[in-house]
Design a protein around this ligand. Structure first.
Ligand code: THU
Length: 136
């Protein structure tokens, strides 16, 4: 059962998913980021998946949100929370490429949450998402 404190993060990620451009998969995903020190009641750094007819060019919601944060001038390693919403009653986890992005841009002690339409959720640390990831 999802703690009430995560509700704003889930709501922001779900709202972001409504902006998705996913005509090929019909699987709109949203992502919302929170900064260190924020009360996590109003995450406004958002991303959604943006698909492309070439398929391989598709950008996932997580990478879109992280790129959005950098473009907003937010310093790397200051984002403490990433919430992801995917439609349906099954929880999925971020793709391998996004895990590499998450591992580099999020705060080292960040938490990543997955939400869906059920009351269930998942929570990961960065090393839980990407053990032994590539890094200089
Ligand atoms: N997708 C995301 O945006 N994030 C994930 O974590 C998994 C998958 C997108 C990519 C594609 O547009 C659609 O979901 C189906 O794979």
């Amino acid at each position: 059962m999802m703690p009430a404190a995560l509700q704003p993060l889930r709501a922001a990620a779900k709202a972001a998913s409504e902006k998705a451009y996913a005509p090929y998969s019909q699987f709109p995903v949203g992502a919302a980021l929170s900064l260190a020190g924020s009360d996590q009641t109003g995450p406004d750094i958002l991303g959604c998946n943006v698909e492309n007819v070439s398929f391989s060019m598709t950008v996932c919601a997580e990478r879109n949100a992280l790129a959005h944060a950098i473009a907003r001038g937010i310093a790397p390693r200051t984002l403490t929370t990433l919430g992801i919403y995917m439609p349906g009653n099954k929880l999925y986890s971020p793709c391998g490429g996004c895990r590499q992005f998450i591992a580099e841009i999020m705060a080292t002690d960040a938490r990543v949450y997955a939400f869906c339409d059920s009351d269930d959720y998942r929570e990961w640390t960065l090393s839980g998402l990407l053990p032994d990831g590539f890094d200089f």
